[in-house]
Write a protein that binds this ligand. Sequence first.
Ligand code: PLP
Length: 354
Amino acid sequence: MTWRGVIDAYRSFLPISGQTPVVTLYEGNTLLLPAPRLATQFGVDIYLKFEGQHPTGSFKDRGMTVAVSKAVENGSQAIMCASTGNTSASAAAYAARAGIKCVVLVPAGYVALGKLAQALIYGAEVIAIHGNFDAALKLVRQITESYPLTLVNSLNPHRIEGQKTAAFEVCDQLGSAPDYLALPVGNAGNITAYWKGFQEYREAGRSDSLPQMLGFQAAGAAPIVDGRLVPEPRTVATAIRIGNPASWQKAVQALEESHGRIEKVTDEEIIEAYKMVARLEGLFVEPASAAALAGVAKLAKTGFFPPGSRLVCIMTGHGLKDPDTTLNTCKLQPRVVPGEQQAVMELLHDLNVI
Ligand SMILES: *Cc1c(COP(=O)(O)O)cnc(C)c1O
C-alpha cells in the first residue's frame, strides 16, 4: 500500500471530514530502529523512532498537516507561529504546499542554521525578535487573537491531534505499546500528544497496554522539573530552550496518569548522548533529541529499567539541521594535511588505522 501521510493512514482518529482539503507532504511512517549496541550498554531493549526522517526533518510535520488542512478548510489565508526553529520550518513548508502565507517569529540568534534556512527557502516571512521563544509566543498569541492569522503553535489542538499519530505508529510497528516512551520536553505539546495517542489506541482496541512516559528537559530550561518558570532558559538544545511551556499542565497530567517521570539533563550529558547515538547506531539527531537519550542513559545507570523491558526513545529531529553544534560546540573538525600520499599515510599511522 502506498503511504499517503498521517491523515490518510489514521483518518478515523482525526478531526477530518470529506470536506477537509488535505494538505500533506506524505509525512509519518518513520523508522523504528532497534538499537542493539545502546541496548547492550543500557541493559534495556531500546528502539529509536527516527522522526528526523520527516519531509522537513522533525516530528512537527505530523501536527502541521492537520493544522494547515483545518486552517484551509476554515478559509484561512495565512498562518503564524512562534518557533525555536522546527515549527517554523514545518509551518513554512505546509503553507507553501497549501498556497497560503506564513509568518514566523523566532528568537534572534537562537535558531539552528538549517531550520532558519528552511523557513526562508519555503518562502515564509521570517521575523527574528530580540527576546526568547516565550516572548515570541506571547506576541503571536496576542496578534492571532485580533487579526485573521491562524495560530499553528501546539496551542492549536489540531497540532496535538496530528502528533498523536506517532504513538499509533509506535504501537503498529512494535505490535503493542512499549513499557517506556522517552522524549525531550520543550513546550510540552509532544508529550501531551503521545499520551493522548496511546490512550486512544488502547480504547479502540488497537493496543493492549500503556507505556510509562519519561520526559527530559535541559538543566538550564527545566521549568516542569523544577516547578517554576525559567525567565532566561539556556541550553545547547535550542529546540527545548523554553522557560514557560504552553502545555505544562497537560504534561504533568500525562506524567501522573502514566506513572512516568520527568528529569533534567545537563548540556554535557546531551552532547555525550548526541555523539553516542551517532557513533554506536549511525543515527545523526539534533541536540534536543539527544536529551531524551541522555535521560535514558542516566536512568539506566541507577538501575531504573527492569531487565527485559522495552523502551522507545523519540529522536525528534535530524542532526543536519544544526551543523554548528557538531563543528563548533563539539569542536569536531577535519584534519588538514598536504595532498600527498606520504602525508596521508603518516597520519593514518599516527591514528592507528594502519
Ligand atoms: C519541538 C521539538 C521538541 C520539543 O517538543 P515540545 O512539543 O515543544 O515539547 C523537541 N525536539 C525537537 C527536535 C523539536 O523540534
